[in-house]
Design a protein around this ligand. Structure first.
Ligand SMILES: Cc1ncc(COP(=O)(O)O)c(C=O)c1O
Length: 405
C-alpha cells in the first residue's frame, strides 16, 4: 500500500518538477545584460547586478503581511526622507498610484484633475474608473510643458452644482516625460488646492531625477503633496517595487487597500534590500545619466533633428524629419548593427546601465542617414515655429533657452 502511495507521489513529483533555465542560461543572461546597455526603450529594463543580489540575499525573512524587519526599516526610511509620517511598499507604480487615489476618494461623485499625458490616465488600464469610479479631468498644459495654476483654475470643478463632478484630487507627475515640474508652480497649485479642500497627489515614479538634477531634498520637493508614489524599479535600477508615502492614518487605510488589491506580499525582505541598495549606490549615479541624455540631445541638434521634449533628466524626444530621416530608417540601421540598438521611436530613455558607446552608435546612425539624404538632394524645409513664435528646434529647459554646446 505504502509502496503504491510512494510510487504515486513520485509520479506526481515528476510531473510537478521543472527546470526553467535554458541550457545556455548564463550566456543568455550575458547577452540580455548587453542588450539592456544598448536599449533606449525604458529605464524599467535595468537589471539587478551581482552586488545588488548579494546584498538582497542577506535580507531578513519575515512575512510582510505580519512583520518583515527589513521592509519595516525601508518604509521608516522612506517616510523620513520624504518628510511624511508613514510609507507603504507596493509591487508596482501602477498599484501605488491607484491605491493612493482610491484611499483619497471616499464619497462619489468625484473627479481627479491631471495633465492629459499623466501615467494615471494614459497607462494604468483605466484603473481610475475601475478601482475608484472616478471621472478624470484632463488638462492640456497651455505652455506645452507643465500645467499651471491658471490651467487648474480654468478646469477645476468646485461647489455644489448637482450637474457637475467635483474635483477631489489634483494629481501631478514629476518628472513627466523626463521633464521637471517647476517647484514654485507646484506650490502655487498646492496652496490653491488646499485652500479649496482639494487633495494633492504626486506620481513621483521618477522624482529621484528631480532631486538629483536640482539638488533639492525630497522632503522639500514633496512638501506640497498629501500623498506621493515613488518607484524603485525605474531609474534607480531595483527589480521590483514602489512606495506610497503620506499621513499615518492615510497609509494605514492604504495598507488595507493593498490587501484588498491583492498586493499584500510575504517574504519581501530581499525586495526591501534591493531597493535599499538602489537608494544607496544607484541614486548617486543619476547625474551621469542626465549628462549622457544631454549628450544625445546636443548630438541630435548638431545633426539638425528637432528636439520635441528637452533632455531635462533621463529622456529626450526627437523628430528626425527636418534632415529627411524617418524613425523606421533609424530603427532598421540600429537593428542591422553587429551589436544592435533597441529603439522605440521619438522617445529615447537613458539609464544607469546605458553604455556611452550606444549613445555614440545611435548618433552615428542618424548622422550617416542625414548625410546620405543630403547627398541624395534632400533640402531641409523651412524651420517650423510653435504658435507662440518659439523656433521649433530651440531647447527650452524650464522656460530658459539652452544653446547646443
Ligand atoms: C510616471 C510613471 N508612473 C507610474 C508608472 C507605473 O509603474 P509600474 O510599471 O511599476 O506599474 C510608470 C511606469 O513606467 C511611470 O512611468
Amino acid at each position: 500500500m505504502s509502496t503504491n502511495l510512494d510510487a504515486a507521489r513520485a509520479k506526481v513529483a515528476e510531473q510537478v518538477k521543472v527546470d526553467i533555465f535554458t541550457l545556455t542560461q548564463e550566456e543568455d543572461n550575458k547577452r540580455g545584460i548587453q542588450e539592456v546597455s544598448r536599449s533606449f526603450i525604458s529605464d524599467t529594463i535595468t537589471v539587478p547586478t551581482p552586488e545588488m543580489y548579494l546584498y538582497a540575499s542577506k535580507a531578513s525573512v519575515g512575512d510582510d503581511v505580519y512583520h518583515e524587519p527589513c521592509m519595516i526599516a525601508l518604509e521608516a526610511h522612506m517616510a523620513k526622507i520624504t518628510g511624511k509620517e508613514a510609507a507603504l511598499f507596493v509591487p508596482s507604480g501602477t498599484m501605488s498610484n491607484q491605491i493612493a487615489l482610491r484611499t483619497h476618494l471616499k464619497q462619489p461623485p468625484y473627479a481627479v484633475l491631471c495633465d492629459h499625458r499623466s501615467h494615471i490616465v494614459r497607462y494604468e488600464a483605466g484603473g481610475l474608473a475601475f478601482h475608484s469610479g472616478a471621472h478624470a479631468q484632463m488638462i492640456i498644459p497651455s505652455n506645452g510643458h507643465h500645467i499651471t495654476l491658471e490651467d487648474v483654475e480654468e478646469n477645476i470643478v468646485l461647489g455644489q452644482e448637482i450637474h457637475s463632478c467635483p474635483t477631489e484630487v489634483i494629481s501631478l507627475e514629476n518628472t513627466l516625460n523626463g521633464t521637471i515640474f517647476p517647484q514654485d508652480e507646484i506650490i502655487r497649485i498646492s496652496d490653491y488646492a488646499h485652500s479649496k479642500g482639494v487633495k494633492m497627489h504626486l506620481d513621483g515614479a521618477r522624482i529621484w531625477h528631480v532631486a538629483a538634477e536640482t539638488g533639492k531634498p525630497l522632503d522639500e520637493l514633496l512638501a506640497p503633496f498629501d500623498s506621493v508614489s515613488l518607484c524603485f524599479s525605474k531609474g534607480l535600477g531595483a527589480p521590483i517595487g514602489s512606495c506610497l508615502v503620506g499621513p499615518k492614518e492615510y497609509i494605514q487605510k492604504a495598507r488595507w487597500f493593498r490587501k484588498l488589491f491583492g498586493g499584500g506580499m510575504r517574504q519581501t525582505g530581499f525586495m526591501a534590500a534591493a531597493a535599499a541598495y538602489a537608494l544607496t549606490y544607484n541614486f548617486p549615479r543619476l547625474p551621469a545619466v542626465h549628462e549622457l541624455t544631454r549628450k544625445l540631445e546636443v548630438g541630435l541638434i548638431e545633426i539638425g533633428a528637432d528636439i520635441t521634449s528637452a533632455a531635462e533628466t533621463c529622456m529626450v524626444f526627437f523628430d528626425p524629419s527636418p534632415v529627411g530621416v524617418t524613425y523606421a530608417e533609424i530603427i532598421e540601421r540600429a537593428t542591422q548593427l553587429p551589436d544592435p540598438l533597441k529603439l522605440g521611436g521619438s522617445r529615447l530613455v537613458v539609464h544607469i546601465q546605458t553604455s556611452p558607446q550606444a549613445v555614440e552608435d545611435f548618433l552615428t546612425i542618424v548622422r550617416t542617414l542625414a548625410e546620405e539624404k543630403k547627398a541624395a538632394g534632400f533640402v531641409p524645409p523651412e524651420k517650423k515655429a510653435y504658435p507662440n513664435g518659439r523656433p521649433y528646434s530651440s531647447i527650452y529647459v524650464r522656460g530658459v533657452k539652452r544653446e547646443a554646446h
